[in-house]
Design a protein around this ligand. Structure first.
Ligand code: GDP
Ligand code: MG
Length: 437
């Protein structure tokens, strides 16, 4: 999808003004690209209409080229399609919160139940997993293994009782054992099957869940959207978890789901491991579909937080390797407005957020870093290479920190310099390609 979109949008490059014909032409290709990605026909139609109206009707902002402007609109409309903001789980006002997992067989219900349990545990919840799939022989065992891995208790009563009875009993059990979230794993359906559909409706009515989550396999594209439509009508879902997004580059399902069911995607599954669950961010997904990593939000964030002139100066300094501790200090100040440094850098395509763990800067660290830098002489700030061990000791004493802190900062400074260089390199390449700038 992204390649197609890029090429369609690329055709607008270099045009001085956006005529109706230009937009029409580009939108024809965007339309094809979306249909090819298995986006619902009606959704595509509305989408194109919206983008066209906005693109033709409004003036291109001075700071953007027409091509960038259309990218901006396409991106915004894609985001809108998927629900704008990140949808969170709702919890019952008096615990336990019951979460009912539903979906077709193989969609990832059992795995996702475990992922969700782990996610909740990290938020200091005390989840209980409930085995209500009594049909597949190994289903109970599978949930037990998952529960063991995430260290969450699993409630099961074998395969002799009805799922409705097991679900009811699990609520009592959970209350007694202080579980504040009860996650009910249910039997899969190969396709929409009346008996099983009735069964999950019965479980639903027996336990009155706060969340009815539909687990959908992103790889199934448009089928997933049809399944969502049916489950939503029969069961009244509260949200969707889209799994196997690690294997689906097309994203067509994500685009149509919200439009068709009017229910949000709450999480996405990004792999088979139990910590491969991520909140779903519509804006990030839109950018990903556009094939730009999170470049758009990065640029927007940077634009709003960093004084442009200063940024330019900074870039020059980094390029000429004159980036000093004074600049770093200023940079840290601006970082306060940007949010955590690792998050900021993590949005740059090609930069692995996990590799940035050591760069984590919070407000308290920031104050300490400032103190250390302020204890350096002018010479030291301009040329950190001269900071030998005796200077380190002096700086540590002067700033009320210790030598390890100073060492850490020196290392961080080096890393940042490297990162910033990567960042500006990337921007340069993009400018060359004519996408931004
Ligand atoms: P269920 O029948 O709905 O309970 O589905 P399962 O939880 O048993 O999952 C079916 C298969 O999908 C398993 O092999 C899982 O490991 C795999 N799976 C689930 N979620 C993901 C995901 O987000 N990414 C990938 N790659 N595989 C997943
Ligand atoms: Mg299962």
């Amino acid at each position: 999808l992204s390649e197609k979109l890029q090429s369609a949008l690329g055709k607008l490059k270099g045009k001085g003004k956006l005529s109706e014909k230009d937009v029409d032409l580009a939108m024809r290709e965007v339309r094809l690209a979306l249909l090819e990605a298995d986006v619902n026909f009606k959704v595509v139609k509305d989408f194109i209409k919206n983008v066209k109206e906005r693109a033709i009707g409004s003036e291109v902002m001075e700071s953007l080229t027409p091509g960038q402007y259309v990218i901006k609109i396409v991106n915004e409309e894609l985001t809108k399609l998927m629900g704008e903001s990140q949808a969170k789980l709702t919890f019952a006002s008096s615990p336990p919160t019951v979460i009912l997992m539903s979906g077709l067989q193989g969609a990832g219900k059992t795995t996702t139940a475990g992922k969700l349990a782990l996610h909740l545990k990290k938020q200091n919840k005390r989840p209980l997993l409930v085995a209500c799939d009594v049909y597949r022989p190994a289903a109970i065992k599978q949930l037990e293994v998952v529960g063991e891995r995430v260290e969450v208790p699993v409630f099961s009563m074998g395969d002799k009782l009805s799922p409705v009875d097991i679900a009811k009993a699990s609520i009592e059990h959970g209350k007694k054992h202080g579980n504040d979230v009860i996650i009910i794993d249910t039997a899969g359906r190969l396709h929409i099957d009346e008996d099983l559909m009735n069964e999950i409706v019965n479980i639903h009515d027996a336990v009155n869940p706060k969340e009815v989550l539909l687990v959908l396999d992103a790889m199934t594209g448009q089928d997933a959207v049809n399944v969502a439509d049916t489950f939503n009508q029969r069961l009244g879902i509260t949200g969707v978890i889209l799994t196997k997004l690690d294997g689906d580059a097309r994203g067509g399902a994500a685009l149509s789901l919200r439009a068709v069911t009017n229910k949000p995607i709450k999480f996405v599954g990004m792999g088979e491991k139990l910590d491969d669950l991520e909140p779903f961010y519509p804006d990030r997904m839109a950018s990903r579909i556009l094939g730009m990593g999170d470049v758009l939000s990065l640029i927007e964030k940077a634009q709003s937080s960093i004084d442009e002139k200063k940024a330019l100066e900074l870039e020059k300094k980094i390029r000429s390797a004159q980036f000093t501790f004074d600049d770093f200090l200023e940079q840290l100040e601006q970082m306060k407005n940007l949010g955590p440094l690792d998050q900021f850098l993590g949005m740059i395509p090609g930069v692995n957020a996990k590799a940035l763990k050591g760069l984590d800067v919070n407000d308290k660290d920031l104050a300490r870093l400032e103190a250390i830098i302020k204890s350096m002489t002018k010479k030291e700030r301009e040329n950190p290479d001269i900071i030998d061990s005796s200077r380190r000791k002096r700086i540590a004493n002067g700033s009320g920190t210790n030598v390890q802190d100073v060492n850490k900062l020196l290392k961080q400074f080096k890393e940042t310099k490297k990162m910033m260089r990567k960042f500006t390199d990337m921007e340069k390449t993009m400018k060359k390609k004519g996408k931004f700038g």
